[in-house]
Design a protein around this ligand. Structure first.
Ligand SMILES: Nc1ncnc2c1ncn2[C@@H]1O[C@H](COP(=O)(O)OP(=O)(O)OP(=O)(O)O)[C@@H](O)[C@H]1O
Ligand SMILES: [Mg+2]
Length: 243
């Protein structure tokens, strides 16, 4: 579904990405970890089509990415909900723009599936940070885009809320099966949500490691004490800690 091959990106004289290769199968979650400032957000912006690589190639669904498109939807730390619309209308926005027969019914179905029905009539400003991020993800799922690009979607939340969000997102992704590239600083988040990890080095970033997360499908709070989890976490901490 996604192929990133030999991608190089510079901003002026600053080399950011120095030959990045990875792939994601349809329905897979690839988590990208790396030191602060190494180019993780730049990589997502390239996948989204907001930036162009200086060299290399990015294919989504077999086609080269040249510009933003309806096949890719992005969520980042700052919620993208329209502040003047109720949550239901925020989620109905994409189905409405796409000419769906009953956008509100589609929104209600998605709010139900994401456990947000009780907040359908709330304005974003009256929701907690965690709720707003869940709403932003529901809004993006409503686009039906087969590829989700998530840039530290829970980065602004406290640790307990974040853990609840991981369990929530895992459940939603298992049901909707988009292909996901998840950029995060949070190793626990990467291990709870990722099928595979791509660990980047410091800037100019190269792929320092590719790790298969063999923790089964049923992951939650209990997983963080699994020896496989703690072993992988140790290994990734070593990779990310400056020598
Ligand atoms: N549009 C731009 N113009 C110039 N430099 C940029 C631009 N976008 C990013 N950079 C630079 O590229 C480097 C990588 O930035 P990027 O935001 O991709 O890192 P990151 O890994 O996402 O960092 P963080 O972990 O802090 O979110 C930084 O040095 C940044 O200053
Ligand atoms: Mg970033």
């Amino acid at each position: 579904m996604i192929t990133v091959a030999g991608v190089v990106k510079r901003f002026g004289s600053v080399g950011v990405l120095d030959g990045i290769d990875f792939a994601a199968e349809a329905g897979e979650v690839v988590a990208v970890l790396g030191p602060s400032g190494c180019g993780k957000s730049t990589l997502l912006r390239l996948l989204a089509g907001f930036e162009r690589p200086d060299a290399g190639e990015i294919l989504v669904g077999g086609r080269p990415v040249g510009a933003p498109g309806p096949d890719r939807a992005m969520v980042d730390q700052s919620s993208t909900l329209f502040p003047w619309l109720r949550l239901r209308d925020n989620v109905a926005w994409a189905p409405r723009a796409a000419g769906a027969a009953d956008p509100l019914a589609e929104a209600d179905r998605l709010l139900e599936a994401t456990g947000l029905s009780d907040f359908a009539d709330a304005l974003p400003a009256t929701l907690s940070g965690g709720m707003r991020q869940r709403g932003a993800i529901a809004q993006v799922l409503a686009t039906g885009a087969p590829v989700l690009l998530l840039d530290e979607p829970f980065g602004a939340l406290d640790a307990q809320t974040r853990l609840a969000m991981h369990v929530w997102l895992r459940d939603i992704l298992a049901r909707t099966r988009p292909t996901v590239v998840l950029v995060t600083h949070d190793i626990d988040e990467a291990l709870l949500l990722g099928d595979r990890l791509v660990v980047l080095s410091r800037r100019p970033a190269r792929v320092a490691a590719r790790v298969a997360v063999e923790l089964g499908r049923d992951r939650g709070r209990h997983t963080t004490t699994d020896p496989v989890f703690t072993g992988l976490k140790d290994r990734i901490l070593d990779l990310l800690t400056p020598a």
